[in-house]
Write a protein that binds this ligand. Structure first.
Ligand SMILES: O=C(O)CCC(=O)C(=O)O
Ligand SMILES: [Fe+2]
Length: 331
């Protein structure tokens, strides 16, 4: 069991608005930008997905997390996965390719006092491989089945993909790189671990198994959980906007993860709040992507899939996969 209270909680409410105003002085868009040479130029191939179905280890629905109502009208809280530890999503070669791409993107990583202290954002923009994976129907279907609803890549490029890099502090005065306790700005989030267990110590993915309203770092009420996902290429899927989670400090070595966000195209509901985005990028830099997001969410689902160049993923197809494969109803 993780030690309690050893991660700070990311700013909420008014504090987040203050952070947004401060971020306006140094918006992320004016920081280092990924360059074309960071691209491995390797194409995605569906053979990088494991030929066997992914295996869900520990999995809980939003109902089991204590949510009585659903955040989206097209699915019940019972249908929606709150947390799923997923193994065997990728083939060996797939993992090797993903690791290579993410290593290369580290040259564009930036450090900040935001939730995750060291990361490269919008990985789909600078990596042919990650972009291809996010647009692959086979990959989207696999993640949809884990989530419980059909998905597309999240319309916001900055939220869609990021690579996180965690190291221990280099000098005694350095702050440890961590992922503070937070909820994500997006709902359907796949956190893919891309380091071998032997490469680092610490860095556990922790989460609170209860509704956000009951989250209290002074009293977890026995509901603080530590993910068992340790193998490189395995993943923790979460309903990110409704599950408090964080990454504990890495005490030695290095931990790398690829975090992907999706959206359910059958609903215009999206949780990304203006202030969550603005606390990262500053108010002015957030205005344009924010307006574009509001527009994109109203595009009908078949059109969203057409724009991706793939056949629509249906609820029936998602449910069928959950009945016959390893990712079943929860319990
Ligand atoms: O690195 C991880 O495993 C999770 C990071 C995370 O929670 C995030 O990027 O929002
Ligand atoms: Fe997160």
């Amino acid at each position: 069991m993780a030690r309690e209270g050893d991660l700070p909680v990311f700013a909420q409410g008014l504090e987040r608005i203050k952070l947004a105003l401060r971020a306006s002085c140094l918006p992320a868009s004016r920081r280092k930008r990924p360059e074309a040479f960071l691209d491995t130029l390797h194409e995605w191939n569906d053979s990088y997905l494991s030929s066997a179905s992914p295996v869900a280890g520990y999995a809980k629905s939003l109902t089991e997390f204590g949510y009585a109502t659903s955040p989206i009208h097209v699915a019940s809280p019972d249908q929606l996965t709150a947390v799923a530890e997923v193994g065997g999503l990728f083939s060996e070669q797939g993992i090797t390719e993903l690791r290579r791409a993410c290593y290369q993107l580290e040259a564009a990583s930036t450090t900040s006092n935001w939730i995750i202290s060291n990361r490269t954002r919008a990985a789909t923009q600078s990596s042919t491989l990650i972009r291809g994976m996010m647009n692959s129907r086979a990959f989207l279907l696999a993640v949809s089945r884990i989530a419980g609803v059909p998905l597309v890549p999240h319309p916001l490029l900055n939220a869609r993909s990021q690579v996180n890099y965690f190291y221990p502090p280099e000098t005694p005065d350095d702050k440890a790189q961590i992922g503070m306790w937070h909820t994500d700005g997006t709902s359907f989030v796949l956190n893919i671990l891309l380091s071998d267990p032997g490469e680092y110590e610490g860095g556990e993915f922790v989460y609170f198994e209860g509704p956000v309203e009951q989250f209290d770092t002074h009293d977890f009420g026995g509901r603080l959980r530590k993910s068992k996902v340790r193998a490189c290429g395995d993943a923790v899927y979460i309903y990110g906007s409704r599950v408090f989670h964080g990454v504990r400090p890495v005490t030695s070595g290095r931990r790398m993860s690829l975090v992907l966000s999706f959206h359910c195209p059958y609903t215009v509901e999206d949780v990304n709040t203006f202030w969550h985005l603005a606390s990262d990028d500053g108010v002015l830099s957030t205005l344009r992507p924010w307006c574009a997001l509001k527009r994109d969410l109203f595009v009908p689902a078949p059109e969203q899939y057409r724009q991706l160049g793939i056949e629509p993923i249906s609820f029936v197809e998602v449910a069928a996969g959950r009945e016959h494969r390893s990712i079943k109803g929860h319990g």
